[in-house]
Design a protein around this ligand. Structure first.
Ligand code: CS2
Length: 500
């Protein structure tokens, strides 16, 4: 089968022939309505798909997406010639366990840009009156927060200085803006430029896996402003933000592994064209959004998204049950030599602890959102994890432990301890994480936790590379890993050491 590049296919327009069954874009946007920060695989499989579907459902074509590619500039070179088009290959299992695949080419993305080279373009799009939304999937560490939750002013420093200079110059013209160093910096500079350029209302929608993600983002933005523009210097901007910009929260869900060369080959085989922007994902998808918009938005609710006044119970349930169990499976799976989550969750020795975490430790902490059956949701999650077709790796989910563990395991730890119960699933997960960290430091292997690497490796070295219980005790006590008091609770520490 010929594998012509998707770029060529796009240019061919009507003459485009992909393999039979591959769906072409259902709607072609007219202009940019959304700037998305953190244009990675997850966004391509989630918000961009909902947005295309919403445009197709309504004929309202204002919602083209300009994507900010944070870490991989080569993605711009790959996707730009394709005019933003890319393929989503959905892979799941039917009731008999057969793999079911379907491919669609998504056309809601108009272009992508790398801030290292094109900050003025991104800021310009953020100021345009036709842009109504800035959405974010920049991952936990993209929020530029220190372990105590406050803005990391060292990391944000270049953007703090740039913002102060841009505000004192006072113009809405951003054509000479310096490259943004952080996603939060890009966002705040974009907000400030928007106010200077006319101050049209805007919605900033976080789609990252953090509880109360909208409030977290707003708090970081506020801190950023306090540092860059203290007192009267930031007054106009603060007033405009409180009157014209909203920060709704949202719960997002779709298991979307990072793209590998194997994924690209697989997609080429399915669609009959080479697509460097392709991604693979499970069929399941869910989006619950707090209904708090400052202006127009795509009609996402017509195509499966749920709008609600209270998104927090949804976020909590998904984070603690799905992501919490995911992290446990990833660390335990890596220690046992499993490459994929599907292998880890079908290893009975690991699954037993995953179920203990999910059903005994985490589930009781939750209030069921809108009468949802959380036990059934948990069972469904175990089935989703066991889908081997996506090839989702333990390595990917094990990254950024210090950023993820607090949100994923913290409440299950304290909620149970406060009730006199030691959460054994949490203890098992912590033991697996700590052993994973110890081995990585001892062997000089990849830790995959850039934000925590320094602290983690100095703890392991101080305690002793071969002292398994000592390292476990010290790591769980690190400030910011668990809520205060939990990481030093004697019962929990004893249970962690027992599993170590
Ligand atoms: C995963 C998530 O990488 C991870 O840490 O737990 O990316 C997970 O796959 C998504 O949140 C699913 O919606």
């Amino acid at each position: 089968m010929a594998t012509r590049p998707v770029a060529e296919l796009r240019r061919l327009g009507e003459g485009l022939h992909l393999s039979e069954g591959v769906t072409l874009p259902r709607a072609i946007p007219e202009g940019v309505g959304i700037v998305h920060l953190g244009w990675g695989a997850f966004h391509r499989g989630h918000q961009a798909v909902y947005t295309e579907d919403a445009m197709a459902a309504t004929g309202d074509l204002r919602w083209g997406i300009l994507g900010d590619v944070e870490r991989t500039p080569q993605l711009v070179d790959a996707v730009r010639p394709q005019g933003g088009w890319y393929t989503v290959l959905s892979v799941g299992l039917d009731a008999e366990g057969n793999v079911v695949e379907s491919a669609r080419v998504v056309g809601s993305v108009v272009d992508v840009a790398y801030p290292g080279k094109e900050t003025p373009r991104l800021l310009g799009a953020m100021t345009a009156p036709t842009t109504h939304l800035i959405t974010l999937t920049v991952t936990e560490k993209g929020y530029t927060r220190r372990p105590d939750g406050h803005l990391d002013t060292d990391q944000a420093d270049p953007d703090i200085r740039a913002l102060a200079a841009e505000e004192s110059a006072g113009s809405g013209d951003v054509s000479a803006a310096s490259p943004a160093a952080t996603a939060v910096g890009l966002l705040v500079r974009g907000l400030a430029a928007r106010r200077r350029a006319g101050g049209y209302p805007l919605t900033v929608l976080s789609c990252d896996n953090m509880p109360d993600n909208g409030k977290v983002l707003k708090a970081v933005v506020d801190e950023f402003l306090d540092v860059a523009l203290p007192g009267a210097a930031g007054e106009l901007l603060r007033n405009w933000l409180s009157g014209s910009v909203t920060f709704p929260g949202s719960m997002v869900d779709r298991i979307t592994p990072a793209t590998t060369p194997e994924v690209l080959d697989k997609v080429a085989g399915v669609i009959g064209a080479r697509d460097e922007g392709a991604i693979i994902a499970e069929p399941f998808t869910q989006w619950v959004i707090e209904d708090n918009f400052a202006g127009p938005r795509p009609a996402w609710e017509l195509v499966g998204a749920e709008l609600t006044d209270d998104v927090v119970p949804w976020e909590d349930a998904k984070l603690r049950l799905l992501n919490g169990t995911h992290s446990l499976l990833a660390y335990a799976g890596r220690l046992a030599g499993h490459t994929t989550l599907a292998e880890a969750v079908t290893d009975p020795a690991i699954a037993e602890h995953a179920r203990a975490f999910m059903f005994d430790d985490a589930l009781p902490t939750l209030a069921a959102p809108d009468g949802a059956d959380l036990r059934a949701y948990g069972d469904e999650l175990m089935r989703r994890f066991a889908n081997p077709a996506t090839g989702h790796t333990t390595r990917q989910v094990s990254t950024d432990g210090t950023q993820k563990i607090p949100f994923r395991w913290g409440v299950a730890a304290t909620w149970n301890l406060e009730r006199g119960r030691v959460p054994q699933g949490v203890a098992y997960g912590l033991a697996a994480w700590s052993e994973f960290v110890r081995r990585a430091v001892r062997d000089g292997a990849e830790l995959g936790d850039p934000a925590g690497a320094e602290r983690l490796s100095s703890v392991v070295r101080e305690v002793g590379l071969d002292d398994i219980p000592g390292v476990a005790t010290a790591l769980v006590a690190l400030p910011g890993v668990l809520p205060a008091g939990a990481g030093t609770h004697t019962g929990l520490v004893a249970a962690v050491v027992g599993h170590a």
